[in-house]
Design a protein. Structure first.
Length: 92
């Protein structure tokens, strides 16, 4: 009788990694509105299968979410320009 192997190759294939989920701004606003219609933060988070802390984060960023395009998934991901004066001159 040998010692059981801890790292069998067959066991590795059964372990699945959890994928990160992304919500666009429109969906985030819809979840916030659901909460603002009288549902608690905990029940809202449970219904949409998100962490309560994530809901707090979205609520705090609601004004920014309302300003962006509906299909944007992240806020402030734009690369800062090296020459801001030139960019403003070109865009105006």
């Amino acid at each position: 009788m040998g010692r059981p192997q801890a790292n069998k190759r067959s066991n590795r294939s059964t372990i699945t990694e959890k994928k990160r989920r992304h919500w666009n701004a429109h969906k985030k606003i819809a979840i916030i509105m659901y909460h603002e219609n009288g549902h608690s933060k905990n029940k809202t988070a449970a219904k949409f299968n998100i962490q309560t802390n994530q809901l707090y984060n979205w609520i705090s960023k609601k004004p920014q979410l309302l300003k962006v395009q509906p299909d944007v998934k992240r806020l402030n991901t734009r690369v800062k320009p090296k020459y801001p004066a030139l960019e403003t001159a070109l865009l105006t």
